[in-house]
Ligand binder design. Structure first.
Ligand code: SF4
Length: 395
């Protein structure tokens, strides 16, 4: 995307126009006498709404590939700004928080294009408004160590690791381009938090944008299997009721017990999910913290040369109130509300066994050089007991 390099410091208004994700951008609506209801309903803003829906759809489809949107580059700056606010408003009211988080990734990536072209003072100002310190130094920029660690932890590129950084008096020196990448993380974290909305506004958004919200919820991708890993394709619709309920709980922004969180990560890993998919499953948690989640997922999945911890067996899950074989009356899909007869078979002892019985592939060995393949046929029901699962709760 061609971006303009700022040649002079931006005034407040231009700053928000260039960086609509900055806290306080909504206040400009009031300055323009545009109420939230007007943005949602009035004909005058239909162009902004259409563009906002395009932003939402593109992010739901592929948050990592939406930096360039032709419609955005053609749009009038005012419409572009309003389309951003509209999209944020709609997704803040969405019943599935994952849609907002995916959109946050896409918009943060788009924001990077502008940030990477910004002058040092401009980057420092953006950082300040996002709640981070970024000092301008002779010929460079520097984050305080604590801010650097917070922003760099979710970044996987090796050059962002702390041991490779130049540290001086509690500050980490960064180039402007690297500062822009770190601020991209700050934007993502900011946008992933829903804008607080009154109940009547949430109801209005859900009513007016129901079709869009249903559509993007359906576009959310299925979990992804590890590339080159020992698992087969992930069959999320064959997961047992307990696991599906744990996923719904987190998607709805509700709390899941420690035992449930552990079980979900261990199950997904053994089903062959990649680390991103497992971390994504927790994004809806009210206390979600990316770096802590990544650390815990790594801990659970790296055990036993990559085989990972064993999820708890059914008896243990029942004792924790996590079994859902009788059906979940709070679920919207009939299949989730219904009792699952497969879970009442006497031989069923483990969620992985349920998944395997329904055609899912379970990783039975580590994935190091000496590790071997999956075990599709190794059902615990087999007479030779291959693939029999052990009970191992959180340790
Ligand atoms: S019986 Fe086992 S697999 Fe089925 S819902 Fe309960 S804990 Fe999960």
């Amino acid at each position: 995307m061609a971006v303009r390099r700022a040649s002079a410091p931006l005034d407040d208004r231009s700053l928000y126009a260039e960086y609509p994700f900055l806290p306080g951008a909504e206040a400009l609506l009031e300055g323009e006498s545009v109420s939230v209801r007007a943005l949602l309903e009035e004909t005058a803003y239909s162009g902004a709404r259409a563009l906002g829906r395009t932003r939402i759809r593109a992010a739901a489809e592929n948050p990592r590939g939406t930096r360039d949107l032709e419609e955005l580059s053609r749009a009038d700056p005012g419409v572009r700004f309003l389309s951003f606010l509209f999209a944020r408003l709609v997704l803040s009211a969405a019943p599935v928080p994952t849609t907002l988080r995916r959109w946050a990734v896409a918009e943060a990536k788009r924001g990077y294009g502008r940030l990477a072209a910004g002058e040092r003072e401009e980057l420092a100002e953006v950082a300040r408004r996002l709640g981070y310190s970024l000092a301008t130094t002779d010929g460079g920029l520097a984050f305080p160590l604590v801010d650097y660690v917070r922003l760099a932890t979710p970044i996987r590129e090796a050059e962002f690791r702390l041991p490779r950084q130049e540290l001086a008096r509690g500050f980490v020196r960064v180039s402007p381009v690297r500062a822009a990448r770190l601020l991209q993380e700050a934007v993502r974290l900011t946008l992933a938090v829903p804008v607080p909305l009154a109940d009547d506004v949430v109801a209005l958004v859900r009513e007016r944008e129901r079709e869009l919200l249903d559509e993007v919820a359906l576009r959310l991708p299925l979990p992804v299997a590890r590339a080159g890993g020992a698992g087969g394709p992930l069959l999320a619709d064959r997961f047992p009721p307990c696991i599906r309920k744990m996923q719904r709980t987190l998607q709805h922004g509700e709390n899941l017990s420690h035992a449930g969180r552990f079980c979900l990560a261990a199950f997904l890993h053994r089903a062959g999910a990649d680390a991103e998919t497992i971390v994504d499953a927790y994004r809806g948690a009210p206390d979600f913290d990316e770096s802590i989640t990544r650390y815990q997922v790594e801990h659970i999945s790296q055990r036993d040369h990559g085989r990972g911890y064993e999820p708890p067996e059914c008896d243990t899950l029942r004792s924790h109130g996590l079994c859902a074989r009788d059906g979940d009356l709070t679920a919207s899909a009939p299949v989730d509300r219904a009792r699952d007869e497969r879970c009442f078979q006497e031989s069923l002892r483990h969620p992985l066994q349920y998944y395997r019985n329904r055609g899912g592939t379970v990783v039975e060995r580590g994935e190091g050089p000496a590790a071997e393949v999956r075990d599709r046929a190794g059902s615990p029901d087999r007479p030779d007991g291959r693939g029999r699962t052990r009970s191992t709760g959180p340790r």
